[in-house]
Design a protein around this ligand. Sequence first.
Ligand code: ADP
Length: 370
Amino acid sequence: MTQIDRDQVLEILSKIELPDGTSLVQSPILSGLSVRGDHVGFAMDADQSEAFRSNPGSLASARAAAQSVLEADARISKATVVLTGGVAPDQVPTAAASPIAPPQPEPPKNNIKAIVAVGSGKGGVGKSTVAVNLAIAMAQLGKHVGLLDADVYGPSVQHLLKLSGEPEADGKMVQPMTASGIKAMTMGLLVDQSTPMIWRGPMVGSAILQLLNDVAWGSLDVLVVDMPPGTGDAQLTLAQRTPLAGAVIVSTPQDLALIDARKGIAMFEKVNVPILGLVENMSMFICPDCGSEHHIFNHGGAADAAAELSIPFLGALPLDMDIRTSSDAGAPIAAKLGSAQSTKFMEIAGQVLDQLEKSDALPPPRLVMA
Ligand code: ADP
C-alpha cells in the first residue's frame, strides 16, 4: 500500500474546522505533526491561540473529528491527536500551594501493577542509562517489565535498545517494541524530533497518559518511566498525572548534582509520590591499568544525602567504559549476565522491587515449597 506523506495528511486535516470558523491546518494550535509510516501524531495546543487558551475544552470535538478522519484513511492505522494547553506554565497547580485541585491520576487501561519513575534533577547524570538497565535487571529477576521513555527533550531509549522500524498498531492500540526481555515505547518513535515543538507541562502530561493508555502493554508487574530531566512544570505535571507507585532518583556524587537531585526528590514528595531511593551513578572510576580507585566526581555524597533525607540509598554504579560502550551499541550491560555491572544493576533492581512490595504496590514473592 502507498504510504501517506505529510502534505496528504495536511490535506485530510484541512477538512477540520475549529469552533471559531478557522481551519485546523491554518491555526497555530496544530503542533509537532509527525508522520511515520502509517502512524500520524500531533498536538492541538490551545495555548497557541487567544480564542482557545481560556477554553481548551471547546476543541474536544475538533480533536475527535481530526482523529477519526485520519483513521478513516486506509493509509493510516493509528492517529494520536493530543489536546493540550489551556494552563499557563506559571499557573500549573502544585499540590502544596494552589487553590485549584491538582489533576487526579487516571488509572491506566492496561493491567500494570506498579509504575516507577526514574528521574534526575538535571540531564547528563545517566538517568536513561539507569532506567534501561534497571528495567532489564527487573526482567531478569522474573518480572514482566515495560519501559516508557517520557524524556520528550531527548528520548534515547530507541538508541539504547536499538529499536528500529515503526511500532505496529493493532486496532486502536499501538504495540510496544520488545528488546532485551522488556517491552518498550518511546516518544521518540511517535513525535518528530526535527519538528520544533515546545513541550509545556500539560502537553507532556497528556501525551504520556495517552501512551500509557494507547500502548498495548498487556499485563506488567512494573512499568519504568524514564522522566524528562529537571523539576520544571513539565516534570511536575507528569508526576501529578501519572499514577506512580514511586520514584528512583539518579545523581552523580558531586555537590552541585546533589543539589539538583534534592530538588527532584522534593518535587516528587510535593505530589505525594514515594521516593523508592537514590542511585549514585559515576560513583568511582577504577583504573583498568593499575586497578586503583579514583573519585572523579567526589564519592559517597549520594549515600550521605539519602541518609540526611531519610530515603533509601539503592547503590553506587562506577564510571565504567563498558556501561558507556554497551549503551552506545544498543545492548545494555544489564543483559550481559554474570558481568559485575549486571550484578550491580540486579542488586539495585532487587531493592526497588522490595520497596514496591513493602508499599503493597507489588504482591510479595510467592513461596514455592519443595
Ligand atoms: P541522562 O539520561 O541523565 O541525560 P544518559 O543516561 O543519557 O544521561 O547518559 C549520558 C552519557 O553518560 C551517555 O553517553 C551514557 O552512556 C554515559 N553514562 C551513563 N552512566 C555511565 C556510567 N556509569 N559509566 C560510563 N558512562 C556512563
